[in-house]
Write a protein that binds this ligand. Structure first.
Ligand code: MG
Length: 385
């Protein structure tokens, strides 16, 4: 029985993880939940799963949850809050596996603490790898802690890498759906609204990641994530636009063989893979090959999607530039959703922040967070101009 700490339990990955626990009660149970701001959902989850520990974003929200639990006559569920609360969830001695699915750098400290505590990680939080990948992977290697990617592309790459040696890998091909604007003429990009950008053709996801898919900054973050997770250079990671999102990614080996992973477009599968690794439990998440008529692959258009170019530049510089890329994007996406900047203001803001960011290679999580804070300030200033 694996006892899970789920960081980001009320988000889409957290909820999918809980549905896997529901399907495999003999394999998984819930030790702790870090839930953020949704008190009602956290209450429903605490009621259903009876974890030892639940963390919410603030003291006030934690007090609300405690009161609700008391009213319902539930005891034995401790409620904590803030970063310290999330860290308590991820390092709980009764947890054997940590699902890291808090969006943004908010989950960074808890993920790092879990690695230091020797807990295997199922990583859905790509921002952690982008901002602090060098620190996290070094700590994991030192302690022999597995980091299993839940991000569908990296999960596919992880599967394809199991058949060859590291030195035999030539190129990691990340597939991208291309988002809703793959075919939109460039001159119409200026008038894209948040409503249009929030409509993703294949995946239903959180708001930031959906906008990041529309700008392809998400793929940019995934390039950096792949470099860190699989210890390859940015030049070894390439992007191919694959609108069907059926091939989740590919690995090209030096002999010319290219291996692809194909499965249903459902995040429960990569979650199950990460939770069960190295086993493969039988599941109902099947893909009917007979329904597949064709697979398309195209080169990404860097003019429409300047975020990809910016991400490659940041990946090559590493350190502070990767942190700034992620931080600036988060601020810019928020500004776009609040209609304070246009769609193409997102890459423009990121580019300005990257230009203003001095090269540096933070060695601690505190330094990472400091660089992150500076980049956010710069981005906020640029979005308010
Ligand atoms: Mg992905």
């Amino acid at each position: 029985m694996k006892r899970l700490a789920i960081l980001g339990s009320t988000g889409s990955i957290g909820q999918s993880t809980l549905s896997i626990v529901e399907q495999f009660p003999e394999r998984y149970s819930v030790a702790s939940l870090a839930a953020g701001r949704n008190v009602n959902e956290a209450f429903a989850q605490a009621l259903r799963w009876r974890p030892r520990l639940v963390s919410l974003a603030t003291e006030e929200l934690a007090a609300q949850l405690s009161a609700k639990l008391k009213e319902a006559g539930i005891s034995g569920v401790e409620v904590v809050y803030g970063t310290a609360g999330t860290v308590a969830c991820s390092t709980l001695p009764q947890a054997d596996f940590v699902v890291s699915a808090i969006v943004g750098v908010a989950g960074l400290e808890a993920t790092h603490a879990a690695i230091l505590a020797g807990k295997p990680i199922g990583l859905a939080n790509k921002e952690c790898m982008v901002a602090a990948g060098e620190i996290l992977t070094a700590a994991a290697r030192e302690r022999n802690v597995p980091i299993l990617p839940i991000d569908s592309e990296h999960n596919a790459v992880h599967q394809c890498l199991r058949v060859g040696a590291h030195a035999e890998v030539k190129t990691i091909w990340l597939t991208a759906s291309g988002g809703p604007f793959r075919k939109l003429p460039l001159d119409q990009f200026a008038s894209i609204t948040p409503e249009q950008a929030l409509k993703h053709p294949t995946w239903v996801m959180g708001r930031r990641i959906t906008i990041d898919s529309a700008t392809m900054l998400n793929k940019g973050l995934e390039i950096i994530e792949a470099c860190r997770l699989f210890d390859v250079t940015a030049a070894q990671v390439r992007v191919t636009v694959h609108p069907q999102s059926t091939v989740h990614s590919l690995v090209e080996y030096v002999d010319g063989s290219i291996l692809a992973q194909i499965s249903v477009t459902d995040m429960r599968l990569p979650i199950l893979y990460a939770l069960a690794y190295p086993e493969r439990p039988a599941s109902t998440l099947t893909f009917d090959l007979a329904t597949l008529s064709h697979l398309d692959f195209e080169q990404p258009d860097l003019e429409r999607f300047p975020c990809l170019r910016l991400a490659y530049a940041a990946a090559e510089k590493g350190g502070a530039h990767c942190i700034a890329l992620n931080a600036a994007d988060e601020v810019a996406v928020e500004a776009f959703l609040e209609r304070r900047i246009p769609f193409m203001g997102i890459p423009r803001t990121i580019e300005k922040v990257l230009t203003a960011t001095p090269e540096a290679h933070p060695a601690t999580i505190a330094e990472v967070l400091a660089v992150d804070g500076e980049a956010r300030q710069r981005a906020t200033a640029f979005t308010e101009q």
